[in-house]
Design a protein around this ligand. Structure first.
Ligand SMILES: C[S@@+](CC[C@H](N)C(=O)[O-])C[C@H]1O[C@@H](n2cnc3c(N)ncnc32)[C@H](O)[C@@H]1O
Length: 327
């Protein structure tokens, strides 16, 4: 395994994409981040901690919800335009997917690509990643599949490339970064990629549509959000009472982002790793942001990060976009 060069920039703050092998984030990372989140005001924790095996399974259920348009819409764009996307990517590519999850979307690309050399799915949720990689190997026996259980916001070591390296970052996970961190991530990705990045970005739209997507009638998004506390109870011996917290998600049009919170229903004390943390009634733990962009705003961000925005594919309802960003 070799370290890849990092392009350091003044904006290179929280996000440091560059190096690791197959080193899944430890339980200690979750414990220290949650302790730090509970000790600060306002309380906030990175959304990467949603994704243990149970969180990944809940996310798969979210993808099937009628209200959750992003997965359906992005899949339809990939299905309809896979050939054009494959033209942008070119032959003999190594595809590195950031936050690969079930690796469902990449199949549409793999089917359209000429002689893909290797697929490197990176995900923080190790069990889910390795199961998806095994299914992919069975379905694409000629393809080398090299999963890396790692946190892509940390130093990341990639093995020597097997072809021209191209990034794939679907699911609008870029929206989970604040704009400064999104810029830093895109710059760090550029430093390890050769030809460019194919990236899915959720678009600014009617707030009611956004509200429904993050407040589904079946309560799956609420269960996904609450899984953070269930995970703390399972892994860290915390004593969160899940019935004493509400899922709360809303769209802030000024910041162009969905905010997701867990709000305490009453005054209560929670114990974690030998420490006690008080919650007032109505006090929140901020668990996720999901920024929405216009095509023009995202192009400006990509240019600032050193890419040349190329083709962009958008559905007829203008819900979602997939961008080719060339290097
Ligand atoms: C919103 S889901 C998207 C999954 C899939 N790419 C898709 O488009 O359906 C985010 C995925 O990224 C992974 N993930 C989140 N934060 C991560 C991080 N910091 N490092 C690595 N993987 C991460 C999660 O485990 C999850 O599989």
């Amino acid at each position: 395994m070799s370290s890849l060069p990092l392009r350091a920039t003044p904006d290179f703050r929280a996000v440091m994409l560059a190096v690791i092998g197959d080193a899944p984030p430890s339980r200690g990372d979750f414990a220290s981040d949650l302790l730090a989140a509970l000790a600060q005001r306002p309380r906030a924790i990175a959304p990467k901690h949603f994704y243990d095996a149970a969180g990944s399974a809940l996310f798969e259920r979210i993808c099937e919800l009628p209200e959750y348009y992003p997965t359906r819409t992005e899949l339809a764009l990939l299905r309809r335009h896979a050939r054009e996307m494959a033209e942008c990517i070119g032959a003999d590519a190594e595809i590195v997917e950031f936050g690969a999850g079930s690796s469902r979307k990449v199949r549409l690309l793999l089917d359209a690509l000429r002689t893909p050399r290797r697929f490197v799915p990176i995900d923080i949720s190790a069990e889910h990643l390795h199961e998806a990689a095994a299914r992919l190997r069975a379905d694409y026996p000629a393809l080398e599949v090299l999963p890396l259980a790692a946190d892509f916001t940390r130093r990341l070591t990639l093995p020597p490339a097997a072809g021209s390296r191209v990034g794939f970052f679907p699911g609008s996970s870029i929206g989970n970064f604040d704009p400064d961190d999104a810029l830093a991530f895109l710059r760090a990705a550029a430093a390890v990629l050769d030809r460019g990045l194919l990236i899915g970005v959720d678009l600014v739209k009617d707030p009611a549509r956004l509200h429904a997507a993050y407040n589904d009638a079946a309560g799956v998004t609420a269960a996904f959000n609450l899984n953070l506390l269930a995970r703390a109870n399972r892994e860290l011996g915390a004593d969160f009472d899940l019935a004493a917290f509400d899922h709360y998600a809303y769209y802030d049009p000024r910041r162009q982002r969905i905010e997701m919170h867990l709000v305490s229903r009453r005054a209560q004390t929670v114990r974690l790793c030998g420490q006690a943390f008080g919650f007032d009634a109505g006090e929140s733990l901020h668990t996720e942001n999901s920024y929405k962009y216009t095509v023009e705003q995202f192009h400006a961000l990509a240019r600032e990060a050193g890419y040349r925005p190329g083709a962009v594919w958008v559905d007829d309802e203008r819900l979602f976009s997939v961008h080719w960003l060339a290097l």
